[in-house]
Design a binder for this molecule. Structure first.
Ligand code: ADP
Length: 368
């Protein structure tokens, strides 16, 4: 391994599990020379003890061993939340396709057939350890982002709350404020409330992909109906009608999908044609590969489809704030939620003719 790369992986822990001491000697020797921290287990039981005491970054696993064999050990480790993310490379003399396929089926990330070339084994280990490092960096930057957003939201919202409260105080308690003064206080309060909503929406946007993965099988009809609770005022004000067909049950993060429906139905109610009460229809179709398509159709003002990419970006709007209130984050949140559910998000629309937002979601999340 060149010196620069050696440095990158120095101290990373590799566990070799093999019942043949001679194999361990060969592997252990050249891996130690590469700066890796090597530990050794002569069978599956010892391996489990070592792993629970000192989690390795990577496991090199022989298949044929007495007692718990390599495939079984791999399955045990993959079923445990503490160990499921440790990459496992099988190193074995079994070279038939069915053996190799089984190695991947039980959760291995790579398969090396003995006799091996040292340089090849090193290249494969390096590539897996690079992924381990990248994932850790990503987790760290997610943690930093979470910390930053929670501090920023608190620090931004606290003074804003004061502006809103003191504005209220000025309006109610100070008697010698004239009409013009009241007008300006109202403007300050409107702007502060808008900023408060903007901070809340940006927080939702930034937290979508940093949430723990909590997918469960849920009835989408019920989630869509629940999303109407926060839209009651808008429905009443616009005399809108929202029809929700029977939707399927699929694996989702229910809070995020409620947010998705709320944003999309909310927009359909908001961007309605003057003089025409909004009519929103939500229905679904099942499609190939265990996926479902959900359609949110409206009879609103629509827009030119050439702006589709633009409206999925944060803070982008096609209509002015004076005509329709908003901050341009709603659809960006929807797009992120759909991405996190490994789905696709598109829209068909025409000016004056209404819009149909189309979401495709997989029925199950565990294969991703
Ligand atoms: P907001 O509604 O706060 O502006 P969104 O991100 O939800 O933000 O939407 C972005 C833009 O996409 C809106 O400003 C509007 O121009 C357009 N848009 C979204 N939904 C619809 C809809 N159902 N009908 C027409 N235009 C829409």
């Amino acid at each position: 391994m060149p010196n620069s790369e050696k440095k990158n992986f120095t101290g990373m822990k590799v566990l070799i599990v093999d019942d043949t001491p001679a194999n361990i000697d060969i592997l252990g020797h050249f891996l130690k020379q590469s700066g890796l921290d090597i530990s050794i287990a002569l069978n599956g039981e010892i391996a489990q003890k070592i792993i629970s005491n000192n989690k390795p970054d990577l496991i090199l696993l022989d298949v044929m061993m007495p007692g718990v064999d390599g495939y079984q050990l791999c399955e045990i480790l993959k079923a445990n939340d503490q160990t499921k993310n440790i990459p496992i490379i099988f190193i074995t003399a079994r070279f038939e396709t069915k053996d190799i396929v089984k190695g991947f089926e039980v959760g291995g990330v790579d398969y090396i057939v003995k006799p091996f070339q040292e340089i090849e084994v090193l290249a494969r280990i390096r590539s897996q350890l690079s992924i381990v490092k990248l994932v850790r960096e990503l987790e760290r930057s997610n943690r930093d982002l979470k910390e930053f957003t929670s501090i920023a939201s608190h620090d931004l919202k606290e003074p804003l709350r004061k502006v809103i409260n003191f504005g209220e105080f000025l309006k109610n308690k100070i008697t010698n404020v004239d009409e013009e003064g009241h007008h300006y206080i109202d403007k300050i309060q409107d702007a502060s409330i808008r900023m408060n909503t903007l901070i809340d929406d940006l927080l939702i946007f930034s937290s979508v992909s940093t949430k723990e993965k909590t997918f469960e099988r849920y009835d989408l009809t019920k989630i869509a109906q629940d999303s109407l609770i926060n839209l009651e005022n808008r429905i009443e004000k616009t005399q809108g009608k929202v029809n929700i067909d029977n939707l399927p049950s699929i694996e989702v993060d229910p809070n995020q999908i409620r947010q998705l429906f709320q944003n999309l139905i909310g927009n359909s109610l908001k961007y309605h044609r003057e003089g025409t009460p909004p009519a929103v229809n939500i229905c679904s179709k099942s499609c190939e590969n265990e996926k479902v398509e959900i359609l949110i159709e409206d009879n609103g003002i629509g827009f030119d489809e050439k702006y589709t990419d633009k409206i999925f970006k944060p803070l982008e709007r096609l209509h002015g704030r004076n005509a329709y209130e908003g901050n341009g984050i709603g659809l960006a949140i929807c797009k992120k939620i759909v991405d996190r559910h490994h789905g696709t998000f598109s829209v068909k629309s025409a000016e004056g003719k209404g819009s149909t937002f189309i979401i495709t979601l997989p029925e199950k999340q565990n294969r991703y």
